[in-house]
Design a protein around this ligand. Structure first.
Ligand SMILES: Cc1cc2nc3c(=O)[nH]c(=O)nc-3n(C[C@H](O)[C@H](O)[C@H](O)COP(=O)(O)O)c2cc1C
Length: 410
């Protein structure tokens, strides 16, 4: 790539078009050259002047403007990434069927770079078989189609169909651009058609209505795994235990509190999963008894000891039972001493395919943006991953998981 990466931001006529202004700002401020290509319908929501002023480039909608520059082919040919946000039901249908009646649809046909669609529409439009078939067609052809979020829609309606937060769409774009091969264009979404389940965060085991036994896991590693998997084309279920992080675009987030709730959510989602990655810190023990009211201190009395009982071992359970033939199961081991020896023993004990071992401490790994780890495989290989962003570790892990996945189902 010479100079700034060139991004085409397609904007189609959905109520969420205004959110694309924030996506445009993130792209330009992070050093991308952005050409906005709105549809004529979208100008009812955000005008051409806004796009031209914010991007510093023309923002026409038709193939008949600046014809001497043949924009209907040049814009797509020159792009390193095309992202359409929001993508309407209409735009998805046109793209799936190869229509080319405006500048954006022409651009989609001429682009040979990765393409990301961020659909947004009412739940009924999203769930309609026509839209679902169009989405499946686009994914089959290699596009990354981000699942819409669940939340407030136009008017008073709520449901699936909301445009994910622009900063999270930006994260997907960044990952997709980062994975482009240096010479050969797109590396392609290698997890397309896959369902992956990721657990993240740390469980909390309640003692009484105000206290719990918990751990320091922030969930950042699990969220990095979810973001990278979406960018690599996977359908992602993220089982999040007590995290305070923004939902990754495209991931179906299931919130849980305790180890028992996490177990239930993971087992349910794992039923049709190609891979399960257990990055959450799941409590080994929980208080044997839950006090319905706040435990009070009593003058002159020592506190009663807290009796603990074992929680189920979710990683061992999914490793042993494998809901689907060929399902890949990955665990994480946070160790403070004898890191590798403990990790090797844990891999054997749990029966998973890969175990990511890292050293943890108050100022190490937990809550940090970086991580350093060794990936242990059941075939005896050990892959050290140097200190770096949690996203980088996530990508190395998916690189190891992808070749282990069972052949895609027809
Ligand atoms: C107020 C309003 C909001 C709309 N929001 C959406 C939307 O969020 N998603 C969608 O697919 N269509 C939405 N539509 C319908 C599209 O604007 C319509 O299908 C249009 O033809 C899309 O054209 P385009 O795909 O060329 O941009 C909305 C229409 C109106 C009037």
């Amino acid at each position: 790539m010479v100079g700034k990466p060139k991004v085409v931001l397609g904007v189609s006529g959905g109520i969420a078009a205004y959110k694309a202004c924030e996506l445009l700002r993130r792209l330009t401020e992070s050093g991308h050259e952005v050409r906005v290509v709105p549809t004529a319908a979208s100008l009812n929501f955000v005008g051409e002047a806004t796009w031209a002023a914010l991007s510093g480039n023309p923002a026409g909608t038709e193939v008949w403007e600046s014809v001497h520059e043949v924009p209907h082919v040049r814009i797509g040919q020159g792009a390193d990434l095309v992202v359409v946000a929001p993508a309407t039901a209409d735009l998805l249908a046109k793209a799936a069927h190869g229509l080319a009646d405006d500048l954006l649809t022409n651009t989609l046909l001429t682009a040979r770079c990765p393409v990301v669609f961020a659909p947004a529409m009412h739940t009924e439009m999203w769930e309609h078989p026509a839209t679902q078939e169009n989405v499946a067609t686009l994914r089959r052809r290699g596009a990354v189609v981000i699942e819409p979020a669940v939340g407030r829609l136009t008017g008073k309606d709520t449901g699936k169909g909301r445009l994910p937060d622009p900063e999270e769409i930006f994260e997907v774009c960044r990952h997709v651009l980062g994975r482009r091969g240096p010479a050969s264009g797109a590396a392609g979404p290698d997890l397309a058609g896959r369902h992956v389940v990721i657990s993240a965060g740390g469980t909390r085991e309640p003692l009484d209505p105000v206290r719990f036994l918990g751990n320091r896991s922030s969930g950042k590693q699990g969220y990095a795994l979810a973001r990278t998997a979406v960018a690599r084309g996977a359908r992602v279920t993220l089982v999040a235990a007590n995290t305070a992080l923004a939902d990754p675009a495209g991931a179906d987030v299931v919130r849980v509190g305790t180890a028992l709730q996490l177990r239930e959510a993971v087992l349910k989602a794992a039923a049709d999963a190609d891979a399960v990655v257990m990055a959450a810190a799941v409590a080994d023990f929980r208080p044997a008894e839950y006090a319905g009211g706040k435990i009070k201190k009593k003058d002159g009395e020592d506190p009663a000891p807290v009796a603990l009982v074992r929680n189920p071992d979710v990683l061992a359970e999914i490793s042993a039972e494998r809901a689907r033939e060929g399902q890949v199961v990955v665990g994480f081991a946070a160790e403070t001493d004898d890191v590798l020896a403990n990790g090797r023993a844990k891999l054997l004990r749990k029966g998973c395919d890969l175990l990511v071992v890292n050293e943890v401490g108050v100022a190490k790994t937990f809550g940090s943006e970086e991580n350093e780890a060794v990936i242990l495989a059941s075939d005896g290989t050990e892959i050290p991953v140097p200190y770096g962003p949690k996203e980088a570790l996530a990508d190395v892990l998916w690189d190891r998981i992808a070749p282990r996945l069972a052949p895609r189902r027809a």
